[in-house]
Design a protein around this ligand. Structure first.
Ligand SMILES: *Cc1c(COP(=O)(O)O)cnc(C)c1O
Length: 456
């Protein structure tokens, strides 16, 4: 090109272009300017015509000011740690928006005085678990355990069964976390068997507390023995129980997952759990227990370092008070409803010549919970090679590749996203237009229609 430089529109001129005003408002001047500069470079290289610079900038700009992408979870793993664990309910997302600005998180508007931080979320949590004398919220369950160890076992021992030396994932080992508090771990029993007598023999003046950790992501079977909460509660020391998944009350499909209410009723002094696993809320660590112990935990100087954000408090309260969160909806989805959805999506795709069929599959709870539970489900099977293309599509769809097929399990897909999923598959298949599915009319079936044949 002959002196393309002279034809490159100036940065300040492009920034002032009214077509970019909306992008500057949404993404910020700095981000838009960076894209302009990069595009000017392409004009100089002769790749972009000077006249189309603004159009190219517009198409190169991201939609949002975050590099995080919204992803359709079609893996069938309900609580998928790599995909951000629990997706929040619409009510919780709305609460995030309210709390994102200036808010009365720690202020009483009536009196004009400082108020208890997050009192609405704490009241909702206490309300959900009436057996707890008091509750507290920290960043995550790991923080809840660390704060508990710092408070109840400074320079003392934490008594823990060898069968409960748990690694959660990504190298996170609970015993190492506890040891980081400065407390000493007193191991009792063996990998497969621990009895009440083992605990009794270990307890003494150096005991801070007995800890029971739910082995949430594995099972030990065969010649085994462990001691339940009720028996451990007869020991004359504080009993802390890490229940993991954050069920507040028993769930019929998950008989082996402990819940906060039952654990407290069985005699635990303190229960810790995650907020973003089966509770279906934001990342948080929940503590339930006697008012005396929870108050000590709350007053520990380190509690400030684990304090949750106003956004977490808002989303947690909305999860507890609001409609069924997506994790619970996915867990409780009836197989028939899933089949009808899968048949509808598959029929729409097949009708447009896309290689897709409705198939039975099995979903998992995930999040390191209920490792033995498999939930019968339905999905849409497409060729395995599309798996990678779906992941890099818009929006990205993550399925599960099984042999020659990639299965898109609908249990973990919001029913309102079925149409989006169909469009993503169609794009990957290189076929345009999917009749009857991409029209956004894909509602979950009414209860009286459950079991009715699909639209095929
Ligand atoms: C998941 C889990 C944890 C860790 O919880 P985070 O909220 O991720 O810190 C701790 N203990 C058990 C038993 C778990 O299942």
């Amino acid at each position: 090109m002959t002196d393309a430089r002279r034809h490159v529109p100036r940065t300040d001129v492009v920034l002032a272009d009214p077509r970019l005003a909306e992008a500057i408002r949404a993404l910020g001047r700095t981000a838009v300017k960076a894209t302009i500069v990069a595009t000017q470079q392409r004009v100089r290289a002769g790749e972009v015509h000077p006249e189309s610079l603004v159009d190219v900038v517009l198409s190169a700009l991201p939609e949002h000011a975050t590099t995080l992408r919204r992803v359709v979870n079609a893996t069938g793993v309900i609580v998928h740690t790599n995909l951000g664990r629990a997706p929040l309910s619409a009510a919780a997302r709305d609460a995030l928006d309210v709390a994102a600005g200036t808010t009365d998180v720690e202020f009483d508007l009536a009196t004009g005085e400082r108020a208890r931080r997050g009192r609405g979320a704490l009241a909702a949590l206490a309300n959900a678990v009436p057996d707890a004398g008091a509750v507290h919220v920290v960043n995550n369950n790991a923080a809840a355990l660390l704060l508990t160890a710092l408070t109840l076992a400074p320079g003392a021992e934490i008594v823990l069964s060898r069968g409960e030396f748990v690694e959660i994932g990504d190298g996170f080992r609970i015993p190492e976390l506890l040891a980081a508090s400065g407390a000493r771990l007193r191991e009792v029993g063996t990998t497969n068997r621990t009895t009440l007598r083992d605990y009794q023999a270990a307890i003494g003046p150096d005991t801070g507390f007995v800890l029971k950790i739910h082995p949430s992501n594995f099972v030990v079977s065969g010649f085994t023995a462990s001691v339940g909460v009720r028996e451990l509660a007869t020991l004359d020391v504080p009993l802390v129980v890490d229940i993991g998944s954050g069920l507040l009350a028993p769930h019929p499909l998950l008989p082996d997952e402990p819940d906060a209410a039952s654990t407290l009723r069985a005699g635990a002094t303190l229960v810790t759990a995650s907020g973003d696993k089966l509770l279906g809320g934001p990342q948080a660590g929940l503590l339930f227990g006697s008012s005396e112990v929870v108050e000590r935990v709350r007053r520990h100087p380190a509690a400030r370092a684990m304090r949750v954000d106003k956004l977490t408090l808002a989303a947690l309260e909305a999860t507890l008070r609001g409609p069924t969160p997506p994790v619970r909806a996915a867990l409780d989805a009836a197989e028939d409803e899933l089949r009808i959805r899968a048949e509808k999506v598959a029929a729409g795709l097949a009708g447009s010549g896309v290689d897709a069929e409705a198939v039975r599959c099995r979903s998992a709870v995930g999040g390191g919970g209920a490792p033995e539970v498999e939930l019968p489900s339905w999905g849409v099977a497409v060729p395995a090679a599309w798996g990678q293309r779906l992941r890099v599509g818009t929006p990205p769809v993550v399925g599960r590749v099984h042999g020659h097929r990639c299965v898109l399990d609908l249990r973990t897909v919001d029913p309102a996203e079925d149409a989006t999923l169909a469009v993503a598959v169609t794009a990957v298949a290189g076929v345009a237009g999917v009749a009857g599915v991409a029209d956004g009319s894909s509602h979950p079936p009414a209860p009286n229609r459950a079991g009715a044949p699909g639209p095929r």
